[in-house]
Design a protein around this ligand. Structure first.
Ligand SMILES: [Zn+2]
Length: 56
């Protein structure tokens, strides 16, 4: 048994981030959410760039 993680608290359930497994009130903590958003934006830009067909 290593570090004891107690996701359940008295009265209120405390979830953990599904990405970094850190205690978070949401499924994904703010840090990971921001990171995902950034990646999505980056990916979207890539897709748009890649999908951009040059005029012939
Ligand atoms: Zn996280």
């Amino acid at each position: 048994m290593g570090s004891a993680v107690q996701p359940e608290r008295e009265g209120r359930k405390l979830g953990v981030c599904s990405l970094c497994a850190k205690p978070s009130t949401s499924t994904i903590c703010e840090q990971c959410e921001a990171r995902i958003r950034g990646e999505l934006l980056d990916e979207k830009q890539r897709v748009e760039k890649a999908g951009h067909t040059p005029r012939v």
